[in-house]
Ligand binder design. Structure first.
Ligand code: CP
Length: 307
């Protein structure tokens, strides 16, 4: 593909309007029921990963294949974005032979630079700022367990990180109510909080930021957490363990929530840190539904981008 046509990228949850998110979730639901379109037939999708992955790599590979396309995985040591050659040269080269680039990297600016130079759709498979594909799967999971998203109450306990940012934007766009409990210094960045609040003013969605996990969990339909130390932050482990003490999600915290509360985690988890040992086996846990929904949500996204 050489022509500089207008292409849709998916770098942030805010790249999709509320109506487009609903469209992607409809397509994801149809895919989950077994409907298969051939929207990627004859197309090549390169998966460029600069960080490890189980769920994202596996589910993008399967989704591309199931939609009739050809996935090509490039491991961290192969491409070395911006180190072996300039990011924009990689983007321009890939655009000549592939139809889609799925990129997992560290700095969000790098994926923006890649998308700027690419003439094919670029999908953010996780950056330090956002994890929008995870958020699509989270919304699909909430929709399936709650019967919809509008009005749902979600408590997110812990780090106001990339997962929290995309979740906040996604829930705001779909009319959900999110309360984030974080220790001082680890709140959702102001940029995302402001964006989520602004989007929510049009949809009825709300975002609240609190300090105490119990305040967030009370009455919640879903309690969600993520690791305290994300990939690339390993040098901060000791300081983070101290900062997040008291922010563990465990059965007593879930007991404070609504009667039918469900527990969510994007995985992988660090049991003994952000969750108590064995929490994945608690009857309230839906983490494997959530992980499976990565496949369906991404298939819905790719179908949307290529239909
Ligand atoms: N949740 C998630 O993105 O998992 P992976 O890092 O295994 O892809």
């Amino acid at each position: 593909m050489t022509a500089q046509t207008k292409v849709r990228h998916f770098l942030s949850m805010s790249d999709l309007s509320p109506g487009e998110i609903a469209d992607v979730l409809e397509r994801a639901t149809a895919f989950k029921k077994g409907d298969r379109t051939r929207s990627l037939a004859g197309r090549n999708a390169v998966l460029i990963f600069e960080k490890p992955s189980l769920r994202t790599k596996l589910t993008f590979d399967i989704a591309v294949h199931e939609l009739g396309g050809h996935p090509i995985y490039m491991a961290p040591q192969e491409v070395m974005l911006g180190k072996r050659e300039p990011v924009k040269d990689v983007a321009r080269m890939v655009s000549r032979v592939a139809d889609l680039a799925v990129v997992r990297t560290f700095g969000h600016a790098l994926i923006e630079e890649f998308a700027q130079a690419a003439s094919i759709p670029v999908v953010n498979a996780l950056s330090d700022a956002e994890h929008p594909c995870q958020a699509l799967a989270d919304l699909l999971t909430i929709r399936q367990h709650f019967g919809g998203i509008k009005g749902v109450r979600v408590a997110y306990i812990g780090d106001g990180n990339n997962v929290a940012a995309s979740l906040a934007l996604g829930l705001a766009a779909t009319g959900g109510h999110l309360t984030i409990a974080s220790p001082a210094g680890y709140e959702l960045p102001e940029r995302y909080a402001g964006q989520a609040i602004s989007i929510g003013q049009k949809t009825g969605g709300t975002l609240s930021m609190v300090r105490k996990p119990a305040s967030a969990a009370k009455g919640a339909d879903f309690v969600y957490t993520d690791v305290w130390t994300s990939m690339g932050q390993e040098a901060e482990t000791a300081i983070r363990l101290k900062a997040f003490a008291g922010y563990q999600v465990n059965p007593p915290l879930l007991d404070l929530a609504g009667k039918g509360v469900k527990f969510m985690h994007d995985m992988p988890a660090h049991p003994g840190e952000e969750i108590s040992q064995g929490l994945f086996d608690d009857p309230r846990s839906i983490v494997f539904d959530q992980a499976e929904n990565r496949l369906h949500a991404q298939a819905g996204l790719l179908d949307f981008l290529f239909s």
